[in-house]
Design a protein around this ligand. Sequence first.
Ligand SMILES: [Fe+2]
Length: 309
Amino acid sequence: MTNVFIDSDMSDAERRARLYAGDIFLFTPTDTTRELVALGRTMLEEAFAPLDPRTIHHHKTAEEVAAILSVLKPAFIHHPECKRLLPQIMAERGIDLEKLYFDVPRMRSAYPSHFLSSGIAYAFHPHRDTWYSAPMCQLNWWLPIYPVDPNNGMGFYPRNFTDPVANNSEIYNYYEWNTKNRASAAQHVKSDTREQPKPQEPVDGVNLRYVPPPGGIILFSGAQLHETVANTTDLARYSIDFRTVHLDDVAGKIGAPNIDSKSTGTTMRDYLRATDLAKLPEELIALYDDGSAEGDKVLYFGDRLAKAD
Ligand SMILES: [Fe+2]
């Protein structure tokens, strides 16, 4: 069973335990989250000016949009206001920032499905982030920038939190992916040939779509089966997401149960402490190493920033 909590004020420890058990938390917007989405919105509107970013597919080619996004998305990641607002958003949720590590915030885009659904605006099939080398304790935070529609937002398959899905996540090694594929995302405009972990059987569980307002948050375990809904509306969807891990859970190897994830490598080197952007201690990262991190295959944070999608 999945419980969905709205604006719950339970402690962070209790909330994490519930998230690892498959529960989902929704939060209504705060001044801080409104500021974050306003930043994203301003950057989008400047990048596509004088056109509306939500209808840009009527005015520009897929290649032109991909070229603009390839500048805009890293600029958002690097924006100093993001680094200020993210810790504040997490502090508002009662989290001890000394123990919280986060991955850089991403801006995502989902265009009407015929337009630009690969490469830099990849439309994700149902997946767990843990199929992509995320640890079982990773939590995902997702915020829409503009009003979302059920048909251009995020979909969840809550039953599959406990029901395994046949998948080929064993093909995914995080270090290999970074080395080979990430840098080339902007080139995959029309079709995406990069091999990704996917379900190997039809996913027929209940598909649930939460539709928060701009600046609202969906908080869920990285082990939830979720997807970018194929956008059947005529408006582009833009959203912000980031991922976090808690030091105590990293150290204790606490998290969601692993029911079907077989990816190798770990994203543990990407998370930065919310207070001072320090990395996790090497001895804790070592708990998650599986022998696939060899020599120069491991990309550190700075390398990823340079190539971030
Ligand atoms: Fe995901």
